[in-house]
Design a protein around this ligand. Sequence first.
Ligand SMILES: *[C@@H]1O[C@H](CO)[C@@H](O)[C@H](O)[C@H]1NC(C)=O
Ligand SMILES: *[C@@H]1O[C@H](CO)[C@@H](O)[C@H](O)[C@H]1NC(C)=O
Ligand SMILES: *[C@@H]1O[C@H](CO)[C@@H](O)[C@H](O)[C@H]1NC(C)=O
Ligand SMILES: *[C@@H]1O[C@H](CO)[C@@H](O)[C@H](O)[C@H]1NC(C)=O
Ligand SMILES: *[C@@H]1O[C@H](CO)[C@@H](O)[C@H](O)[C@H]1NC(C)=O
Length: 480
Amino acid sequence: MLKFSLLFSVLALCKSTKSTEEDVNYEEDTPVEEDDEDQGEDDNNDTAEPQILSQGQSIRVQAGSTVILPCQMIHIENYAFTWSKDDKILYFETLSHIKESNRIVLLPNNSLAIYNATVSDSSDDYKCNILRQPESIHLTHRLRVDPERTHQQSATSPPPQHSHKGIIRVIPPSRLINAKQGDTIQFGCETDTQPPLEIKWFFMSKKVNGDDPNVILKDNYITIKKVNSSHSALFQCLAEDGSKTPAMEAINVIVQYIPEIEVKKNKVHTGESIESEMQCIVSAYPEAIIKWYKDGKEITHKKGSVVMHHSTTKGNKTRHILKILHTSKKDFGEYKCRAQNLIGEDTKSIVLTGVPSQAKVVSAEVLDDNNAIILKWHLESYSPIKEYKLQYRRNGEETWNFVEPEVKEGNGNQFIVEHPIKDLQPGSYEAILMARNVFGWSMPSEPHSFTGDYPSEMAQKGNLLQPKQTPADAMVDLLA
Ligand SMILES: *[C@@H]1O[C@H](CO)[C@@H](O)[C@H](O)[C@H]1NC(C)=O
Ligand SMILES: *[C@@H]1O[C@H](CO)[C@@H](O)[C@H](O)[C@H]1NC(C)=O
Ligand SMILES: *[C@@H]1O[C@H](CO)[C@@H](O)[C@H](O)[C@H]1NC(C)=O
Ligand SMILES: *[C@@H]1O[C@H](CO)[C@@H](O)[C@H](O)[C@H]1NC(C)=O
Ligand SMILES: *[C@@H]1O[C@H](CO)[C@@H](O)[C@H](O)[C@H]1NC(C)=O
């Protein structure tokens, strides 16, 4: 029974339902100097740094016992915390990420209670974690659960591992591989049984089958060349003995990888005295420190003007947001987010601009009485549009025709531009639109192509949508 499947889907749910967001202030790391009290610097709670008061414990119990792993924390009002086991999240705040949330329970005092402990609850890595930037604060407990001595088989039988203890020998015995992106790693499972049992390998609950050319299986050993984040997971080996509960072992591969930044919008259109928001999504392990730069200078936290915060999304991804509360002209320019962890860094840039967004064609409607087409674009501008410029030409012609479509009132920051092009000749055309507001011209739209040869009898029959007769772009609806 392979039961490691659902973590990833469940993690998707954790996306900042609780307030995991916090204002980050990188410049106030040092305590405030002007405190008059000489003594008790550590007790000074002006800065209210979060803290874990409990001590790490090594606990050893018999299967079936109840275990309480303490985690007493203070000043965590603005921070999210997690309980994890071997880097798998058990609780994100009070939200359970496990099936067995009746057996493994988060207590009101944030201790983790494990009832009816089983051997598979054993781990050297139970972590209670305060998600603070740039470094999280954590406490680690070790738990070892020994199998029950009684010979009596209980009805709710323990996981298969028990009964087969010792059949599989894991290399390395620690069952843990720590690697850095690009390393070559090797691990294996061996058995001494006669005749030898066949070992089968699974990776993320799927059989290792040679799909990934860098994962090589040979003689019960797995070699991974150039490991990357996608190999970070549990590899399981199973000794096929024909039974329903074959012996099984697992090796946890943890790959530290260079941060990767993803930017959904690399150009953010905004306007004066409104709020502007830029986002970088960072994937990294170990966690990366993020810094924002404007025109090469690091952005620090100026009261009331800039807000930086972040929230954890699924996996090792964090969404970092930079908000400019009252945007002014001097805020326009190029911003960079830089993510750095122990093994590398990545940087992406985002341009904040006041000009209108690039226009996109939303529809092209053929008029049935003459050879004409009405093109419609959509764009955004946070300042009033001053003018449009439309240029179009028939393919093969050198010169463009220029027209100025009428500027109509927008709906908030949303603008629709509509313009008929008449007297089309047979052949294909292309059209480009630009818009200007007080801050300047937008980028030209992607050239939109359409054709002029609509036989008039077809148009009258209203048959324009038949793809055989009409090019698909005679009637485009990009909004659909
Ligand atoms: C420390 O924090 C507690 C509660 O968080 C508060 O009642 C107390 O006044 C604070 N002490 C100082 C010196 O700020
Ligand atoms: C613990 O095991 C006992 C006996 O198998 C069962 O009755 C009880 O419901 C279990 N408790 C939990 C919290 O799973
Ligand atoms: C938390 O609560 C549990 C159950 O009430 C108790 O056994 C445990 O001692 C408490 N832990 C701390 C650190 O207060
Ligand atoms: C990791 O490497 C595999 C090949 O071994 C490749 O298919 C995959 O795209 C890589 N993934 C990432 C996130 O780099
Ligand atoms: C984060 O990355 C590490 C190492 O690459 C991996 O072991 C761990 O499972 C990842 N965590 C999540 C929640 O995906």
